[in-house]
Every structure is written in structure tokens, then in C-alpha cells.
Ligand binder design. Structure first.
Ligand SMILES: N[C@@H](CCC(=O)N[C@@H](CS)C(=O)NCC(=O)O)C(=O)O
Length: 201
């Protein structure tokens, strides 16, 4: 199994963390995804030109991270995505919250690094970061959403917090959301969450 890789993509990381939880190893392939300077080699396999893009051993191409994680979970015996029922809907909703935080944070990041100064819109950027903030607030107010949970929901939230630390190091989210910070301090010690992935030299 192969995956188009970027060390800074939280969505790629989510797939690698899920694979690690399942005891599966993925071969990493280079890529250069960018919303404007689009990577034609990715587009050849995924018309959206985004990573992660994933290649199964029997020749299927899968995207996006949600589908890839579902595929990995299926291979690994379904530990990270419960069978249909209340638990599954809870897990998937938490997963959507984590993905939504990432989508907003990535848009703010692109605003910072990809949009020319003349076109920047400060209110729009702060509204994206406010989505992150209101999501953290909800997690802070509902500790039961995360407590004791190891599934695609909590792993996605974990990867979104990893991305905040990577790209928005002075956000100071831990001061405003100490309960989430305490959860992450423990959760981020999982073997899967501690892994560092890199392309082979
Ligand atoms: N919903 C997608 C989002 C993937 C995504 O946006 N990846 C970024 C890299 S972190 C990307 O490929 N950006 C290029 C672009 O926006 O065209 C997923 O969950 O896989």
C-alpha cells in the first residue's frame, strides 16, 4: 500500500496514525500539493490534486483521508470505526469536528502563505480561526466527547491539535482550553501519535 506523502499534511498524518494503530505499514511517495501551483503528478491519480492519495495493493486509488482511514480500519479489523449504531455516529461526528478544525486552519494557513498581500482579507482569516476556537471551546465544555476514546474521532482531533502546534505555535489554545490540553498531553503519548514520518533518503 502506498500513499502520496507530505510531512506537514495533517490529513496524511491522520492516515499514517490510523495505519500505525492497525499495525499496517504504508510506503511513502513524494508529492507537492498546493492549492494554486497544482501538482500535475497528483492530478494524474486524483483529479482534486490533493494529498493524501492512496494506492491499494490491488490497484485501487482512494481519496480523501476519510475514505483511506475507513479502508485501513476495514483491513485492521474495524477497531477505529464502530459498526453502525450510536457509537459510530458519535465517532464520525467527532471525526467531522476534527476535519472541520483542520479545514478551517488550513484555509487560514493558505491565507498566510499562499494568498498575495493585496488580496488578503483579515476578517475572513479570523473567522476561520474562530471556527477552530469555537470547536476547542465545545471540546473543553464536553470532556466526555474525548475521554477514554481511541477511535477515528479522537485520532482526528489529536491530529488537528498536532497541526495547530505545527502551524500556529503562538495560538495559546492550551491556556483557554486546559481540559483539552490535559487530554492531549496524555493522548499524544500514544505510540502512533509520537511517530515521525519522512520520505526515504
Ligand atoms: N478533505 C481532504 C483534505 C485534503 C487536503 O486539503 N490536503 C491538502 C494538504 S494538507 C492539499 O492537498 N492541498 C492542496 C489543495 O488544496 O489543492 C482530506 O481529508 O484528505
Amino acid at each position: 500500500m502506498k500513499i502520496l506523502f507530505s510531512p506537514f499534511s495533517p490529513y496524511v498524518r491522520k492516515c499514517l496514525v490510523a495505519a500505525h494503530e492497525m499495525g499496517l505499514t504504508l510506503t511513502l511517495l513524494p508529492s507537492n500539493a498546493h492549492p494554486v501551483n497544482r501538482d500535475r503528478t497528483i492530478i494524474a491519480d486524483n483529479p482534486l490534486g490533493k494529498v493524501p492519495t492512496f494506492f491499494t495493493d490491488d490497484g485501487q486509488i482512494l481519496y480523501d483521508s476519510r475514505v483511506i482511514c475507513e479502508y485501513l480500519d476495514h483491513l485492521g479489523g474495524g477497531r477505529l470505526l464502530p459498526a453502525p449504531g450510536r457509537e459510530r455516529w458519535t465517532t464520525l461526528t467527532l471525526l467531522s469536528l476534527g476535519d472541520g478544525m483542520l479545514d478551517a486552519a488550513l484555509l487560514a494557513r493558505y491565507e498566510d502563505v499562499a494568498r498575495p498581500d493585496a488580496f488578503k482579507w483579515a476578517d475572513w482569516r479570523s473567522a476561520q480561526m474562530d471556527k477552530v476556537e469555537t470547536s476547542l471551546e465545545a471540546l473543553q465544555n464536553h470532556p466526555e466527547w474525548l475521554q477514554g476514546r481511541v477511535d477515528m474521532g479522537s485520532l482526528t482531533i489529536g491530529c488537528s491539535l498536532w497541526y495547530l502546534d505545527l502551524r500556529f505555535a503562538d495560538l495559546g489554545w492550551r491556556d483557554r482550553h486546559p481540559g483539552v490540553a490535559a487530554w492531549y498531553a496524555t493522548f499524544s503519548q500514544r505510540d502512533s501519535m509520537r511517530q515521525q514520518w519522512a520520505l526515504p533518503a
